[in-house]
Design a binder for this molecule. Structure first.
Ligand SMILES: [Fe+2]
Ligand SMILES: [Fe+2]
Length: 179
């Protein structure tokens, strides 16, 4: 996969943000819907299972929070970072944001990443590391595998944002302010 060979630190932020949207935001939505469907099917088959209902409740919360979080990145933060990168390349005037520094919305996104991680960590703990019980059937195994894939992709996704996109956006803004 391109993930393994692309060094995103060397790529324009616009390309990395495009990749995040096309790959990780898309996966988060599609896999989130798949996991939600598997929870519903498994609960319908198994009846009221308190442990499973608890996992479903946690997953629903993190899925809803991430839906709102991604919309903020897509509609507000990523376009702003795109403006900063264009300005730093001399292709546009330096943008002025109503909230002051780009660091403010980035701090909020960062807090939301940590919150999502806490939810996933709780889900992982309560499901014994996304491990189905010996007596579980094929659908439950599929559900846990789908949850594990959701967790893995989210870690890559937030890692790219926290590790590359956000610090470079802050540095671009500092560079423009110093110019
Ligand atoms: Fe994102
Ligand atoms: Fe994010």
């Amino acid at each position: 996969m391109t993930e393994a060979v692309t060094d995103w630190r060397q790529q324009p932020l616009a390309a990395l943000m495009r990749h995040i949207l096309d790959t990780h935001h898309r996966f988060c939505r599609e896999q989130g819907a798949r996991v939600a469907g598997l929870f519903a099917d498994e609960l319908a088959a198994r009846g009221q299972d308190a442990a499973l209902l608890r996992l479903q409740g946690l997953f629903t919360q993190v899925q809803q929070a991430l839906t709102v979080h991604m919309a903020k990145e897509e509609q507000v933060l990523f376009p702003m970072i795109g403006q900063l990168e264009q300005a730093a390349a001399g292709q546009a005037a330096a943008p002025r944001f109503s909230f002051g520094s780009i660091a403010a919305p980035i701090r909020m996104m960062d807090m939301e990443h940590r919150e999502a991680e806490r939810f996933l960590a709780r889900l992982k703990e309560l499901s014994n590391g996304f491990t189905p019980a010996a007596a579980d059937g094929a659908r439950a195994r599929e559900l846990y595998a789908a949850l594990a894939a959701f967790d893995r992709d989210l870690a890559v996704h937030t890692g790219l944002e926290d590790g590359i996109v956000f610090p470079r956006a802050v540095a671009l803004e500092a560079q423009l302010n110093a110019a």
